[in-house]
Write a protein that binds this ligand. Structure first.
Ligand SMILES: C[S@@+](CC[C@H](N)C(=O)[O-])C[C@H]1O[C@@H](n2cnc3c(N)ncnc32)[C@H](O)[C@@H]1O
Length: 329
């Protein structure tokens, strides 16, 4: 093996120290987000790929209450960069752990430990005062999608301005939108195919001092539930639709966000009371910018006011998440 020359070692060190400096600038820019709105935030994206500089292309770093998760989408480094370990102690809010994960929806790898404390149990993160159970051992997803933070806050504020509001959260995962609505005073119904995620959602309610028994949890296929709820004559002030890109309902036609969101939105809109709203969102990258808004507009027609919602300040890179707030006039 040929040992690197002292020039090569120096050049590597210089490159690393430049990366650390640029990373620390990106992390420092996010510090104000930690103050939060209804309470503090300690779950946020510290680095958003090329959005924080071309040298970070394909590399993302998320902070979950001091546990960093570095991610690559395949265009970034093939393993956790060494400089990131050094940055852990130097960051404005230092990290206690570093984990690494490839963003690969097919293989769905779980995060692997890189440095610092090993995480041996689920822990709690907080977002604008909302407490969420996080589990790095849960598989590909850790319990919350950070890119929805501003939308959750919007849901909470909207509900707080409408005492007695009722909210139906479809494709709810761990129920973060439902908890946001409940913290705003709403009565919620949380629907997901997975009973395990619904249990996680109940736990998130309890973490926030809300009795899950005072809320509904609907296990099963959302497409079935929407039909059933309509037949029962139920109605909601706010319906949230954040489906996966692809879903195969039992015995039904496969759902593809890029093709079928309009059909889903039209079905859900029938459950929205006058003066109510529909929140639609997708991270399907095959839709061009404004594509979701056009689909929802086509599905709802007149009588609805539509707003496209931007991504949060910690996501300055690719605006892959499209969200549309539709209010029924
Ligand atoms: C993208 S995640 C939703 C994220 C969630 N809205 C949030 O903000 O945290 C997709 C969720 O949809 C659920 N899901 C997928 N297909 C479904 C179906 N046909 N009916 C009900 N839930 C479904 C999955 O179990 C998963 O929890």
């Amino acid at each position: 093996m040929v040992s690197p020359s002292s020039e090569q070692v120096n050049a590597g060190w210089l490159a690393d120290s430049r990366m650390i400096t640029a990373f620390l600038v990106a992390a420092a820019r996010r510090e104000p987000l930690r103050r939060g709105v209804h309470g503090p935030t300690d779950a946020l994206r510290l680095l958003d790929g090329a959005g924080d500089g071309p040298e970070f292309r394909g590399l993302f770093v998320e902070d979950y209450s001091g546990r960093w998760l570095a991610l690559t989408d395949g265009r970034g480094p093939t393993g956790p960069p060494a400089w990131l370990r050094e940055a852990m102690a130097q960051a404005p809010t230092p990290a206690r752990s570093l984990y690494w994960k490839r963003l690969d929806v097919r293989e769905q790898p779980a995060p692997v430990h890189v440095a610092g404390e090993e995480i041996t149990a689920p822990f709690e993160a907080v977002e604008n005062g909302l407490r969420l159970g996080i589990d790095f051992a849960a598989g590909y997803s850790q319990g919350v999608f950070l890119d929805q933070r501003d939308n959750r806050r919007r849901v909470r504020d909207w509900c707080a301005a409408r005492p007695g509001a009722e909210v139906l959260n479809c494709f709810a995962y761990t129920g973060a939108f439902s908890v946001a609505a409940a913290l705003g005073g709403a009565r919620t119904a949380t629907a997901d195919l997975s009973r395990r995620y619904l249990d996680w959602a109940r736990d998130n309610f309890a973490r926030n001092g809300i009795d899950p028994g005072a809320h509904e949890f609907l296990a099963g296929d959302v497409f079935d539930w929407l039909r059933r709820l309509l037949r029962q004559g139920r109605a909601w002030d706010l319906v949230i639709l954040d489906p996966p890109t692809f879903s195969r309902p039992r015995g039904g036609k496969p759902f593809q966000a890029g093709r079928d969101f309009d059909r889903l939105a039209a079905q859900a809109a029938e459950l929205v009371r006058p003066g109510g709203a529909l929140l639609c969102s997708t991270n399907y990258r095959g839709l061009d910018r404004g594509g979701l808004r056009r689909m929802i507009h086509g599905a709802l027609g007149r009588g609805w006011r539509l707003d496209a919602l931007p991504m949060g300040a910690d996501f300055p890179g690719d605006p892959y998440l499209q969200a549309v707030w539709a209010e029924r006039c």
